[in-house]
Design a protein around this ligand. Structure first.
Ligand code: C5P
Length: 218
């Protein structure tokens, strides 16, 4: 058991559909860590803005939505839709939105749920901004074409089939917005381990991630 004053923190970042969500969830299970998909926070804000018919560049409204998030907002049916992902990446550019979500993410990292040994957080800025002192950091990537292929398969499985070319251009546009924004852009932290999953099946990617993390999580 780790010292409760300093729980283990695994920071996982990377672009859309790189495999980081699945890898993080499985790593959490394997090493008895709590798991937070931080993309869901941004998706919930995006979904609420769309539902309210508010323009996505309304900074005040988006920050208010971010401050007012509640548990049921994370169980909405529309969180995984492409329109929600796009809205999430637009409101994620707003510094007041990021600020409103920051404390909860840090609190989660410091207070692992249910007696877990620590926490895994996945997102875009976990290793750089949210948990710069994480025990270990992973940056997970894959080619845009492979990521679009995976996202298509995922959407089809969820009953929302989508056209490959459209998904690919969405993925590229979202990467660009996430990498080029001024506030907490997507980038690999200097001390993050790089894992490219382009040519790996998911089980192989999880095994590689576990191999990298193992020495830090013993
Ligand atoms: O990871 P996911 O695809 O669910 O994230 C949706 C969007 O939320 C991302 O494209 C990104 O703009 C934003 N996001 C972020 N910081 C995070 C997690 C997600 O800016 N830590």
């Amino acid at each position: 058991m780790s010292d409760r004053a300093s729980p283990l923190v695994v920071a996982v970042d990377g672009p859309a559909a790189s495999g980081k969500g699945t890898i993080s969830r499985r790593i959490a299970g394997r090493f008895q860590l709590a798991y937070l998909d931080t993309g869901l926070l941004y998706r919930a804000v995006g979904a609420k803005m769309l539902e309210a018919g508010l323009p996505l560049n309304d900074q005040e409204a988006a920050a208010r939505m971010a401050r007012g998030l509640e548990q049921p907002d994370f169980h909405r049916q529309d969180l995984r839709l492409p329109a929600t992902a796009r809205a999430a990446s637009i409101i994620a550019q707003i510094p007041q939105v990021r600020q409103a979500l920051l404390e909860y993410q840090r609190w989660f990292a410091r207070n692992p749920l249910g007696g877990m040994r620590g926490a895994v957080l996945d997102g875009r800025d976990i290793g750089t901004v949210i948990c710069p002192d994480a025990t270990v950091k992973l940056f997970i990537t894959a080619s845009p074409e492979e990521r679009a292929r995976r996202r298509c398969a995922e959407l089809a499985q969820g009953g929302n089939p989508a056209d490959y070319a459209t998904v690919l251009s969405d993925v590229i546009a979202r990467d660009k917005r996430d990498r080029e924004r001024a506030s907490a852009p997507l980038r690999q932290a200097d001390d993050a381990h790089l894992l490219d999953t382009t040519n790996l099946a998911i089980d192989e990617a999880v095994a590689k991630a576990a191999e990298i993390l193992e020495p830090y999580l013993r």
